[in-house]
Ligand binder design. Structure first.
Ligand code: SF4
Length: 905
C-alpha cells in the first residue's frame, strides 16, 4: 500500500474544502503540479454541498497566480531569509514584553486560518506569552451568536444541521441574504422547497434581497428591531397557548420573567407593527405560520449579529425555539450561518479574546485545566481585548506590537481610518498574509509570506459543526510557509521550546482533539465541543479524514447531527436559560446632520476584501464598481442620478461611489457593499464610515446601522481606460480598478481637469512597450476625448473621456485584449474604438449576469425576446445562464418580468 505522501506525488485529483464562506463546500480539484493549474468541481460526496458550488467556489482555480503573491519575508521593505525575519519578530516581542509586560503585545487573527494555525496562535498568546490579547475578525461576523448561545445554552452550540433544510416545514431566514452570501445553502433550500410543497420560507430583512426570490413571505422589518419582532412572536405564542409547557418546565429556567419582558415590549401585533414598521397582516401571517408549524428552522446571519443588541436578537430567536420545544429534532432549531470558512474552528480553539481553547472560559477551573494541559507557567488569567478595544489600545500606544494574520482590518474594521492611523503609529507591526499588497500589509514593518488555500493543509469547521479537511494541492510557492509553522517558529525563538515542537499539522490536530476531551468525558460531558475520539488519529487517517460533525464521542463515533434533543444543556443546572430582553434601538440614530442610515453587506461574486476573488476576471464583471443603493424618493431629495457618483459621509469618514436607484430598500436607508479597498478603489472603503459602536456583551460592532449623509458628486469629467498593463493614477478623485481577462480596466472621474492624457499614458506604458502609435478623436467643444494606442499593431490601451457618465460599452473593448485573440484589429474595429460603438454585427453581451458561464444581460434579454422565454429554466436551456450555481436566477427572473412588462406579454 502506498502512503499518502507517495500518493500525493502522483495524484491528479485531490478532495478539499472551499476557502470562502461558512457553508464549507467540498471540492474535487484536478491538479497539475507541474503547471500549477487547478480545476475545481463540487464534491458530490460532501454532505455540505452534494456537488454544488457557487460562482466564488467554482472559480478558485482562477485565483492561484503567483504574480500577486507575497513570496518572501520582508523586514522594513527589504527581502530577508526566514531565520532573520523570525529572529527580529521574536526578539522584538520579547523586548516589548520585558519593557511593558505581556499585555503590550496583541495578535489579530482570522476565520481564514485553519484550526491548527488558530490553535497554536491561541496557545502561544494565552498559554505562554501570558496575555489574552488575541482576537479575530470573527468578532465582526458572529460573536453575537457566540454570546447568545453561551447565555442561553451555557455553551457555544449550533444545535441544528443542514439536513434540516430538507426536513423543515417552515424556514425563517433572518438578516441573511442567503442567496448571495451562502449560495449553496440557498440552492439547497430552494430545491427542498421545490420537492416539498409544504415547506414555507419567510425572509426577515429590511432589504428585498435576492433571497426573497423563494420567500412565501417577506417581512421588511425596520433595521435593528428584530428583538421586538421575536418578543412579539413569543408573546403571541404564549397568548395562543402554543407553547410547549412541558419542555419549558423540565428543561429551561427564567421563563416567567422573560415572557413578562416580552409582553412589556411587544404585547400584540399592533405594537410590533408600529415599532417594526411592518404591516400587521404580514406579522399575523408569520406568527400564525410559526404557531401552526412544528418543524421550524431559524437561520440567521450578520443582519442579526452586527448590531449593538446582537446578543439580545440571538437570544430572542432562541427563546421562541426553546418555548416551543423546537430544538434538537429533525427540521427544528436555530442555525447561525457563519460568514467565514473557519469561524467555527476559531471558536473551537478559543480564537476570541474572551474564550479559552476547546470551548473553555476564563473561570478559575478552566484556566487551571488548560494551564495543566499545556504545562504552562504563564497562563493568561483574564479575558483580553476584543477587536475594537484592541485597536483602540494600539491607537493609544498601550499595545506596542501587533501581529495581524490573514486579515485586513484597515478595510473591514469600523472607523477604519482610525485603524490605519493606529497601525502607522504602532511601534512594531507584523503581518502574515499570502498576497503582496493589502491596505493592512502595506503598513507592516515585517511581512511574512503565508501559504494560501491550495498550499496549506489542515481542517476547517463549517456552520453545522462539520470538520472537513482543507488539503494542500500544490507545493509551497517561493518561501511561503503554513501559518502554524510561522507561529511555532516565533514561539520557539521567543524561548518557548517545549510547547511548540510540532512537525506537522496532524500533531497539532491530535493535541487539539486531546484537549477537547481533557477532563470532559468521565461521567458526563462538561463541554459540548468534544472530538477526543480523534486524539490518536494516524497520519493516514488524518489525511483521509471524511467530513464529520462534532461532538464525536464513543457513543457517536460518526459524529452528531443535532444537539439538545433530550433537553440537557451546558449550564450548571443543565437547563437552558431564558433571559428577559427589552428592545434597545441602535446607538447612533439619524438626525438633521446625518439623516440617512447606512446598511452594509456582501455581494454575490466577491469575498471579503477581494484579495483573491478580484483575481478571477469573471467575478469582477457582475458588480464592477463600489456603489450605493438608494430609493428613487431619497435620490430625488438628495439630487442623485442613477449611474452618477455620490459622496457619502459619516462622523467617521467618507466614500465616493456609483449611485444605483432601487426600490428594494426602505426609504431613509442606503446600502453599500463591504468589499472595496484602496487596492481597487480610491474612495470605496466602507469601513471608514461605519460607527465604532459595539454590543456590550458580544463586543460585535454595529456594522448595519450608521447615520450618514449623501450628496451628488460634481464631476467635471467621467471616463474609463482599458490597458494591457497596470496603471497608477494620482490626483484623480475617483478611480476603480476592475481586473479583466488580459487587461486592467479603470473607471475614472474627477472634479479637476487632466491635461495631456496621451503624455501620462505613454509615460506609464513605456516600461512595457516600444514606440506607441496613437489614434485619437477629440471634440474640444464637447469635452470629448477618445484615444487608442498601439505598439507594433497590438492594442495597448483605450481611453474614453466625456463630460457625462454615459460612456460606451466596456465589454466589447475589453474583449479586444483577450489573450486568446490573434491578429491585429480590423479597420472597422479601429474605427469603432473612436466612435465608441462596436462594429455592426459584433456581439455585445452587456453587463455580466451569470458569472459561472459569463453570460451578459443583453444575451439573456435577446434570448427572452427572440424565443419568447418565460422561465429561468428556459433561459438556462437557451444560453446556459443560471444553470450552474443558480445565484443569478433571481436576476434572470427580473429580466423576464421586465421584458413581459415592456412587451405587454
Ligand atoms: S457556498 Fe460558495 S463560497 Fe460558500 S463554501 Fe460553498 S462554494 Fe464556497
Amino acid at each position: 500500500m502506498t502512503n499518502h505522501k507517495q500518493q500525493n506525488l502522483i495524484a491528479t485529483t485531490v478532495k478539499t474544502t472551499c476557502s470562502y464562506c461558512g457553508v464549507g463546500c467540498g471540492i474535487v480539484a484536478e491538479v497539475n503540479r507541474d503547471t500549477r493549474e487547478v480545476i475545481v468541481i463540487g464534491d458530490d460526496d460532501h454532505p455540505a454541498n452534494f456537488g454544488r458550488l457557487c460562482s466564488k467556489g467554482s472559480s478558485l482555480g482562477e485565483t492561484l497566480e503567483l504574480s500577486s503573491r507575497l513570496l518572501e519575508p520582508q523586514v522594513y521593505g527589504k527581502q530577508v531569509g526566514w531565520s532573520t525575519a523570525l529572529d527580529i519578530v521574536a526578539n522584538k516581542f520579547n523586548q516589548i514584553i520585558d519593557q511593558y509586560g505581556s499585555d503590550a503585545i496583541a495578535f489579530y487573527g482570522s476565520g481564514q486560518l485553519l484550526t491548527e494555525d488558530y490553535y497554536v496562535a491561541n496557545k502561544l498568546m494565552k498559554g505562554f506569552i501570558g496575555s489574552a490579547n488575541i482576537d479575530t475578525n470573527s468578532r465582526l461576523c458572529m460573536s453575537s451568536s457566540v454570546a447568545g448561545h453561551k447565555r442561553t445554552f451555557g455553551s457555544d452550540t449550533v444545535p441544528a444541521c443542514y439536513d434540516d433544510y430538507e426536513q423543515a416545514e417552515l424556514i425563517i431566514l433572518v438578516g441573511s441574504n442567503t442567496a448571495w452570501c451562502h449560495p449553496v445553502s440557498f440552492q439547497r433550500i430552494k430545491a427542498a422547497k421545490e420537492s416539498n410543497p409544504k415547506l414555507k420560507v419567510v425572509v426577515i430583512d429590511p432589504r428585498k434581497t435576492q433571497t426573497c426570490d423563494i420567500a412565501d413571505l417577506h417581512i421588511p422589518v425596520k433595521i435593528g428591531t428584530d428583538v421586538v419582532l421575536f418578543n412579539g412572536l413569543l408573546s403571541y405564542l404564549y397568548q395562543e397557548y402554543a407553547l410547549d409547557q412541558e419542555f419549558i418546565q423540565q428543561h429551561t429556567q427564567g421563563f416567567e420573567e422573560t415572557i413578562m419582558a416580552a409582553q412589556n415590549d411587544a404585547l400584540n401585533v399592533a405594537t410590533v407593527a408600529l415599532k417594526c414598521q411592518v404591516a400587521p397582516h404580514i406579522l399575523e401571517t408569520f406568527y400564525r405560520w410559526y404557531k401552526e408549524t412544528k418543524k421550524t428552522l431559524s437561520l440567521y446571519s450578520q443582519g442579526v449579529n452586527q448590531s449593538s443588541s446582537g446578543t439580545d436578537k440571538v437570544s430572542a430567536i432562541l427563546h421562541c425555539h426553546l418555548a416551543t420545544g423546537r430544538i434538537g429534532k429533525p427540521g427544528c432549531g436555530p442555525l447561525s450561518l457563519t460568514g467565514q470558512p473557519n469561524a467555527m474552528g476559531g471558536r473551537e480553539v478559543g480564537g476570541l479574546a474572551h474564550q479559552l481553547a476547546a470551548h473553555m472560559d476564563f473561570n478559575p477551573e478552566d484556566i487551571e485545566r488548560v494551564k495543566r494541559f499545556w504545562q504552562s507557567d504563564n497562563m493568561a488569567d483574564k479575558p483580553g481585548l476584543t477587536a475594537t478595544e484592541l485597536f483602540d489600545a494600539v491607537a493609544d500606544g498601550k499595545i506596542k506590537a501587533i501581529w495581524i494574520m490573514a486579515t485586513n482590518p484597515v478595510v473591514s474594521m469600523p472607523n477604519a481610518d482610525k485603524i490605519k492611523q493606529a497601525l502607522k503609529k504602532c511601534e512594531f507591526v507584523v503581518v502574515s498574509d499570502c498576497v503582496a499588497h493589502t491596505d493592512t500589509l502595506d503598513l507592516a514593518d515585517i511581512k511574512l509570506p503565508a501559504a494560501p488555500w491550495s498550499e496549506k493543509d489542515g481542517t476547517v469547521t463549517n456552520s453545522e459543526r462539520r470538520i472537513s479537511r482543507q488539503r494542500a494541492l500544490l507545493p509551497l510557492a517561493g518561501d511561503a510557509k503554513p501559518d502554524w509553522w510561522i507561529i511555532t517558529q516565533v514561539a520557539k525563538k521567543m524561548g518557548f521550546t517545549k510547547g511548540f515542537t510540532y512537525q506537522s499539522s496532524v500533531e497539532i490536530f491530535r493535541e487539539h482533539a486531546r484537549l477537547s476531551g481533557f477532563e470532559n468525558n468521565k461521567k458526563q460531558r462538561l463541554r459540548d465541543f468534544d472530538i477526543f475520539q480523534l486524539a490518536n488519529i494516524s497520519e493516514d487517517d488524518y489525511h483521509n479524514l471524511q467530513p464529520i460533525q462534532w461532538p464525536i464521542t464513543a457513543k457517536k463515533p460518526k459524529g452528531t447531527a443535532r444537539l439538545f434533543a433530550k433537553g440537557k444543556f451546558f449550564t450548571p443546572t443543565k437547563k437552558a436559560n431564558f433571559t428577559p430582553i427589552k428592545f434597545k434601538p441602535p446607538v447612533n440614530l439619524p438626525n438633521e446632520q446625518w439623516p440617512l442610515v447606512l446598511n452594509t453587506g456582501r455581494l454575490r461574486d466577491q469575498w471579503h476584501t477581494m484579495t483573491r476573488t478580484a483575481l478571477a476576471p469573471r467575478l469582477n464583471q457582475h458588480k464592477p464598481e463600489p456603489f450605493v443603493e438608494i430609493t428613487s424618493a431619497d435620490a430625488l431629495d438628495y439630487g442623485l442620478i442613477h449611474g452618477e457618483l455620490a459622496q457619502i459621509a459619516s462622523t467617521w469618514g467618507k466614500m465616493l461611489v456609483r449611485v444605483v436607484i432601487t426600490e428594494t430598500i426602505p426609504q431613509g436607508v442606503i446600502f453599500v457593499p463591504m468589499h472595496w479597498t484602496a487596492q481597487f478603489s480610491s474612495q470605496g472603503r466602507m469601513g471608514a464610515l461605519v460607527n465604532p459602536v459595539i454590543d456590550p456583551i458580544s463586543k460585535q460592532p454595529e456594522s448595519k446601522h450608521t447615520p450618514v449623509n449623501i450628496k451628488a458628486y460634481d464631476a467635471q469629467w467621467h471616463g474609463f481606460i482599458i490597458s494591457r498593463h497596470p496603471l497608477v493614477f494620482d490626483g484623480i478623485d475617483y478611480t476603480v480598478l476592475v481586473k479583466g481577462n488580459g487587461y486592467f480596466h479603470y473607471e475614472v472621474a474627477s472634479s479637476k481637469k487632466i491635461r495631456n492624457w496621451q503624455y501620462h499614458l505613454a509615460n506609464q506604458l513605456s516600461p512595457y512597450t516600444d514606440k506607441l502609435d496613437w489614434q485619437t478623436y477629440q471634440d474640444e467643444r464637447k469635452s470629448l476625448f477618445r484615444s487608442a494606442c498601439f505598439s507594433a499593431k497590438e492594442l495597448q490601451a483605450v481611453l474614453i473621456i466625456s463630460p457625462h457618465s454615459h460612456l460606451p460599452e466596456r465589454g466589447w473593448i475589453g474583449s479586444l485584449f483577450d489573450p486568446l485573440r490573434t491578429g491585429s484589429l480590423k479597420d472597422d474595429e479601429r474605427m469603432a474604438l473612436l466612435t465608441g460603438k462596436p462594429p455592426l454585427g459584433t456581439p455585445d453581451v452587456g453587463k455580466i449576469i451569470c458569472a459561472c458561464f459569463n453570460v451578459g444581460e443583453k444575451i439573456i434579454l435577446s434570448a427572452i425576446k427572440n424565443s419568447k422565454l418565460t422561465t429561468p429554466q428556459a433561459v438556462g436551456k437557451c444560453c446556459k445562464a443560471g444553470t450552474n450555481c443558480g445565484s443569478c436566477v433571481p436576476e434572470i427572473k427580473e429580466l423576464i418580468n421586465s421584458s413581459i412588462t415592456v412587451t405587454g406579454n
